[in-house]
Ligand binder design. Structure first.
Ligand code: ASP
Ligand code: MG
Length: 453
């Protein structure tokens, strides 16, 4: 089995879906395809939720209509207007379900047979929107609502592949990836999920399976999500559970580069990386892969390929246990939207060390991600992601500590830095903190609109 993952950017347009179809049609071995929500749908659904929790239900429904219109446009491009209308007149829409019989992909046909399933999804989406009340548990409501993005995208893609003669089975990952109920950042139960995934794929006559990235479900059937950009993680877990021979992430870049080409003009491709390289890069904020992706693959020694979606003849990059040539260029990773927090005991006593566990617990509890830590006898400096509950965490800490706060910061990490990169980056203006080990240089600096810094 091979695992292919297509992110939102890859399925953003009808052309993207056709390209996916081309890539998949070249594959003769069994393949499991993991797909994200189309384009910026997840962001849009987050806006819908924001309207819901502020009690603006008609704004929420309007935004949802725009999301539906966007998907309908893609369907029109893929299947044509006439066919859509013809199908719209069908009645008795079956209930959307994992069960193959009720998922209308049994016939090969150029018309859009998933119309009833999709209409059911749309009406469940609006029912979900109207059910969310301002006092609801935010994280639980988030997962219920935002998971529709992936359910809709996979339904469309699955049906398009079917129409193109690629028999496939649509898998409901809410029922296959069993997670705990830490909503918005759920952890997958590998044992329980392995059994389910093997059951739905083993011995099945089709050799193409399509599942949603990013989403799972609790044992009691509530939808969960695995954290933003979590579809890579889904692909890695599916790879691990099905003992895949490889996992391939199809991206809108040539592979893994030594810097984000949108921010640095001298980026080059890194053809091979070890799992350790990759985990360090992802943790530092390289947006190329989700940080949780590596462990499930490393544990089973499964190589991860990152390949350009637009040109399947290019090899891209591979991440695996051993590589033939170590990375020989400094790798720069920029993590933006950082806040520098400096914490001191109120009475200037030297007790900070004894309180570290309490401080970190407050951040952990409020889901604040800490990206850099520096401590002295009386102060602790942290670079953290600017996140929703950060203000609450700071408020609690202020009961016991003096807490200073600098926003509009960015964290530049340079792995394998050399004298040139040190001179260029560590001596510039606007730097608040520099940390340096033998291999890695980390610089916290004021965010800059200057793209090429
Ligand atoms: N659609 C989700 C997101 O945008 C998951 C993903 O794209 O990986 O965060
Ligand atoms: Mg996405």
């Amino acid at each position: 089995m091979k695992i292919y993952k297509f992110g939102g950017a890859s399925v953003r347009t009808a052309e993207g879906v056709r390209n996916l179809c081309r890539i998949v049609s070249e594959e003769k071995e069994p393949i499991f395809i993991v797909i994200s929500a189309m384009g910026k749908t997840t962001n849009a659904l987050e806006e819908v939720l924001d309207h819901c929790i502020h009690g603006r239900s008609s704004d929420a429904l309007n935004r949802a209509s725009e999301i539906i219109a966007y998907h309908e446009q893609i369907i029109n491009d893929l299947f044509g207007q006439a066919k859509k209308n013809e199908n719209l007149n069908r009645t008795n829409a079956p209930i959307f379900h994992t069960d193959e019989q009720s998922h209308p992909h049994t016939e090969r046909n150029a018309t859009f047979l998933a119309r009833p399933a999709l209409e059911t999804l749309y009406s469940r989406l609006s029912a979900c929107i109207t059910s969310i009340k301002p006092d609801d548990d935010f994280d639980r409501a988030y997962d219920m609502l935002v998971s529709f993005g992936e359910l809709i995208s996979t339904t469309i893609v699955s049906n398009f592949l079917e129409a193109q003669g690629i028999d496939n089975r649509w898998i409901d990952m809410r029922a296959c990836l069993i997670t705990d109920d830490r909503f918005r950042e759920a952890t997958v139960d590998l044992d329980a999920s392995g059994i389910r995934l093997k059951t739905v794929t083993a011995g099945h006559p089709v050799h193409v399976f399509i599942g949603q990235g990013f989403i799972g479900g609790t044992l009691s059937g509530e939808p969960t999500t695995l954290g933003r950009e979590g579809s890579d993680y889904t692909a890695a877990i599916v790879g691990n559970l099905l003992d895949a021979e490889r996992v391939t992430i199809w991206k809108d870049v040539d592979g893994i580069l030594n810097a984000d080409p949108r921010r640095f003009d001298d980026a080059v491709l890194i053809p091979e990386l070890t799992y350790l390289d990759a985990i360090e890069l992802a943790y530092s904020g390289a947006q190329i892969i989700h940080p949780k992706t590596i462990k499930p693959l490393q544990n089973k020694n499964i190589p991860l390929y990152v390949r350009p979606f637009g040109d399947s003849s290019k090899p891209g990059s591979v991440i695996r246990n051993t590589i033939s040539k170590a990375i020989n260029v400094p790798v720069r990773i920029l993590k933006s939207n950082q806040i520098l927090i400096t914490i001191r005991p109120k009475d200037f006593s030297f007790v900070l060390e004894e309180r570290l566990a309490d401080i970190f617990y407050v951040f952990h509890y409020h889901r604040v991600k800490i990206n850099l830590i520096q401590s002295s006898a009386v102060s602790l400096s942290l670079s953290v992601d600017n996140s929703r509950l950060l203000g609450k965490a700071v408020e609690i800490l202020r009961n016991d500590f003096r807490v200073a706060y600098n926003d509009h910061m960015e964290l530049l990490t340079i792995r394998g830095y050399d004298a040139n990169s040190y001179a260029r980056y560590a001596k510039a203006d606007g730097i608040f903190l520099v940390q340096r080990t033998r291999r890695t240089l980390r610089i916290l600096r004021r965010s800059s609109p200057d793209e090429s810094r």
